[in-house]
Design a protein around this ligand. Structure first.
Ligand code: 5GP
Ligand code: ZN
Length: 117
């Protein structure tokens, strides 16, 4: 059993305790829709393991980020985004606007995205 954080919304979605549409899942990662989509396709890919942020990942977790990217690529293809492209984003810490402290990758696409800082 993976270590879960009791009050973590993404742990609860990943474990099924809070129901969500599940777009993709395997033994390590789960993909589900962002509750407040900013783009026509806006999904989140999370590890089942509770890791608070990218900055708090340790060496043993490194493979999980690879799995998250592979899952996102697969889902992007399935969602028809492969040709026009898509963006994968991980916000880490306050300056990046991280608000949920369970590592997650945004998969965004379906329209032309701006690049602003
Ligand atoms: P970040 O921490 O990377 O800034 O963004 C967290 C993202 O999680 C936001 O885009 C927000 O809309 C999404 N989010 C927050 N709470 C929930 C929730 O309970 N369910 C889902 N599906 N997404 C959520
Ligand atoms: Zn968690």
């Amino acid at each position: 059993m993976n270590k879960e954080s009791e009050d973590c919304i993404f742990c609860k979605i990943a474990s099924g305790e809070i129901p969500s549409q599940i777009i993709y899942q395997d033994e390590d990662v789960v993909c589900f829709p962002d509750v407040r989509p900013l783009t026509p396709v806006h999904l989140l890919v999370v590890p089942r393991k509770h890791i608070p942020s990218l900055a708090e990942m340790d060496a043993a977790d490194a493979h999980l980020v690879g799995k998250m990217v592979r899952a996102a690529n697969r889902v992007a293809r399935e969602q028809g985004l492969a040709e026009n492209g898509y963006r994968l984003t991980i916000n880490s810490g306050p300056d990046a606007g991280q608000v949920v402290f369970h590592l997650h990758m945004h998969l965004m696409g379906g329209r032309r995205l701006e690049w602003k800082h």
